[in-house]
Design a protein around this ligand. Structure first.
Ligand SMILES: NC(=O)C1=CN([C@@H]2O[C@H](COP(=O)(O)OP(=O)(O)OC[C@H]3O[C@@H](n4cnc5c(N)ncnc54)[C@H](OP(=O)(O)O)[C@@H]3O)[C@@H](O)[C@H]2O)[C@@H](O)CC1
Ligand SMILES: [K+]
Length: 498
């Protein structure tokens, strides 16, 4: 199977196509809804002790899943209350079919349903949400939120746009657990949707992955399966020069940033790492680094002289660089080599007055790693969700663009994109971006292609932060990379041995 199919993300419109393709291939829509509702009932019984469950059903197929789940839970002996938004006579198709099979009582829709409940199943709206919630639906969502009852959402929490991860109106359900079907949607992994879904479970409802061949996908959730086949594990017959040489251009005042970047590049396996340190602060860098080499860069020499050494095959500019004319010149010198170049922080900000001059200079493999503020400085206020904005920026700049955050998006100029979901909250700490730039460069130096190297680095970065937990500071990250790599290596080798 195409690895991209495994972690494919499908926006609601494409999911509907997958649904239709599966039905055309022979599975009935009633079977799909039956399997979906059953998965919801199983999730509820797995995660909560048997108790008074309230199932809130909407007027479409999301509500249909709710009827299946309610009937299943009832049969398993759960005390079930069910409220339907709208008239039962207005239900159509599969939802009407399963509403008829529900043996319990359909009650008037309203907040009174929540009295004495222990858990709520949110089957109000899913993929078909087309406008902001109003009237009784909005009131109910507010009541569920006010009740602080645990919620199991069907497909997506009501109010959340599965394509964008944003609310369609001013209110939405916050779920503890979300059961979705076949594949996740971008909205499950993009913020703030990721936070509103709680734990996301993907249920197999009988749709074959092969439908994706025709239907396509919107993006992938970042995972080793996407790039582990091309991960540059060291070979016994290798040599340090086979593992590349990273050059990190250091700045004058924030010297820690370039050092963090250099350490990360070394830990992720670059054969050699050099920091080019401005002459006046060379001793500071040299005193703090051991295996990483430090080159004193005088004003007169210029970066291009150093880059005459073609073994330096991956360059980082930006961490602690200062948004200065010197940084601009360093960026232009790096890009002129057409070697793999990672531009972070001040290297991005230095081009804020004239972004087009940066885009013109990008002719080779280049990775831009802005956070939201730096992104706006370079690309302005691009409308749309983060996935769309990253794709637009990659297409405009010709670089792989990483928009950092809890839901880091990596997009390539050719349209490929991944959304990363393993980053814990404690990764948001000073210097963690510097580490990321070094990880990317370290993998680029070892020959990984830009999009793969960036996806892998973003994942390793998140994984390292998870391994450490609360209290993390950026210095911890490079030292955590070996254990993350060991676990990855063991899992990849085991899979290959199977
Ligand atoms: N794909 C799959 O593989 C499978 C999918 N399945 C399930 O189907 C679900 C999608 O079903 P769906 O398309 O019927 O959409 P759903 O969310 O129930 O709502 C549509 C209705 O709500 C209405 N409406 C919309 N917004 C509104 C608002 N703010 N306020 C008021 N009304 C609003 C809308 O009206 P309209 O926009 O047409 O005017 C329409 O009547 C999916 O999430 C999953 O749970 C599984 O059963 C099996 C396999
Ligand atoms: K829902």
């Amino acid at each position: 199977m195409n690895h991209m199919y495994e972690t494919a993300l499908l926006a609601p419109a494409r999911m509907a196509k997958a649904d239709a393709a599966a039905i055309k291939a022979g599975i009935s829509s009633l079977e799909l809804m039956r399997a979906a509702g059953l998965a919801v009932a199983q999730a509820v019984s797995r995660h909560w002790p048997r108790g008074a469950v309230v199932v809130l059903c909407g007027p479409g197929n999301n509500g249909g899943d709710g009827f299946v789940a309610a009937e299943q839970l009832r049969q398993w002996g759960w005390p079930v209350r069910l409220g339907l938004l709208g008239e039962r006579s207005a239900l159509k198709g599969d939802a009407a079919h399963y509403a008829k099979r529900f043996q319990g009582r359909i009650e008037a829709f309203g907040p009174q349903l929540l009295k004495d409940a222990t858990v709520v199943v949110d089957a109000l709206f899913g993929a078909g949400l087309s406008k902001a919630l109003e009237g009784p639906a909005r009131e109910m969502v507010q009541a569920v939120r006010d009740s602080r009852l645990p919620v199991c959402a069907v497909d997506v929490p009501t109010g959340l746009d599965g394509a964008t991860g944003q609310a369609l109106g001013d209110t939405y359900i916050r779920a503890d657990h979300t059961v979705t079907f076949f594949r996740k949607k971008p909205g499950h992994v993009l913020m703030p949707g990721r936070a509103w879904c709680g734990a996301v479970e993907v249920a197999d409802i009988g749709i074959a992955a092969s439908v994706l061949g025709d239907v396509g996908l919107d993006a992938c959730e970042n995972a080793p399966v996407l790039w582990s086949d091309v991960y540059p594990w060291p070979q016994l017959d290798g040599h340090k020069y086979h593992r590349g040489h990273v050059l990190v251009v250091g700045g004058e005042s924030m010297t820690g940033a370039a050092r963090l970047s250099a350490m990360a590049a070394a830990r992720v396996g670059a054969g050699l790492v050099t920091v080019a340190a401005p002459e006046p602060v060379w001793p500071i860098y040299a005193a703090a680094l051991t295996s990483v080499m430090v080159h004193s860069l005088s004003d007169a020499e210029g970066l291009d002289t150093l880059l005459a050494d073609t073994r330096m095959n991956a360059i980082v500019v930006g961490p602690g660089a200062g948004a200065s004319e010197a940084t601009r010149q360093h960026v232009l010198a790096a890009l002129a080599t057409r070697r793999a170049t990672v531009l972070d922080a001040d290297a991005i900000t230095a081009f804020a007055p004239e972004p087009a001059s940066l885009f013109r200079a990008i002719r080779g493999p280049c990775i831009l790693t802005p956070h939201e503020g730096e992104f706006a400085r370079l690309f302005g206020q691009v409308p749309g969700d983060k996935l769309w904005r990253a794709r637009q920026a990659a297409s405009i700049s010709g670089a792989v663009v990483v928009i950092k955050g809890a839901d880091t998006v990596v997009a390539a100029p050719d349209g490929r994109a991944v959304i990363n979901s393993n980053a814990p909250a404690w990764l948001a700490t000073g210097g963690s971006g510097d580490v990321l730039s070094g990880l990317i460069a370290g993998l680029l130096a070892q020959g990984m292609a830009p999009f793969d190297a960036t996806s892998a680095a973003v994942w390793l970065h998140g994984e390292a932060a998870q391994a450490f937990g609360p209290g993390l500071i950026a210095e911890d990250l490079p030292t955590l990379i070996p254990s993350v790599l060991r676990a990855l290596y063991e899992s990849v080798c085991q899979i290959r041995a199977l």
